[in-house]
Design a protein around this ligand. Structure first.
Ligand code: C2G
Length: 141
């Protein structure tokens, strides 16, 4: 059984996230997602719209995902790889070459997958704010 592990905030779940998880699962048989805790998000300078429990619940509903664990620190990755007997750590291309992932190459494979262009959580937030701001309605007509 080939075990895959990926990390992320996964806020305002969108098709870019789903396509990443689908392709990550295609690399093996079992996909673990380490989703950032609210406290760790603060450390990353992020404030998620949905809290940890909600983001975890949404990820657990995705057919490609077999297990969701918390991501609480930058430094837990090596322990995660060992504890969950991970063969491959997968991340989107925006992390390509990041030493926090490259340093894992002595204990597992590290694979970066192309990001899905044209969608991001921050873009969704910005567009919703703009729409709300200039028309007062939540949805663009
Ligand atoms: N992603 C993607 N395409 C997008 C948006 C995101 O492939 N259009 C990928 C990212 O590359 C990442 C995953 O989806 O692999 C989750 O994205 P985020 O929730 O933004 O995660 P991030 O803030 O990058 O957290 O320790 C690592 C961090 O926790 C990663």
């Amino acid at each position: 059984m080939k075990r895959i592990l990926t990390y992320g905030t996964y806020d305002l779940l969108h098709y870019g996230h789903i396509r990443l998880l689908k392709r990550a699962k295609e690399l093996g048989d079992y996909l673990i997602v380490a989703v950032s805790s609210d406290e760790f998000n603060a450390e990353k300078g992020k404030r998620a719209y949905h809290n940890f429990e909600t983001r975890k619940e949404m990820l657990e509903a995705i057919r490609y995902v077999d297990l969701v664990i918390p991501e609480s620190t930058w430094d837990q990755k090596r322990d995660d790889v060992s504890r969950y007997e991970v063969d491959v750590v997968v991340m989107g291309g925006d992390w390509e070459g990041d030493p926090r992932f490259e340093c894992l190459r002595d204990c597992c494979d590290v694979v970066y997958l192309d990001r899905t262009p044209g969608v991001s959580t921050s873009q969704i937030k910005e567009e919703l704010n703009l729409t709300t701001g200039d028309t007062g309605n939540l949805f663009r007509h």
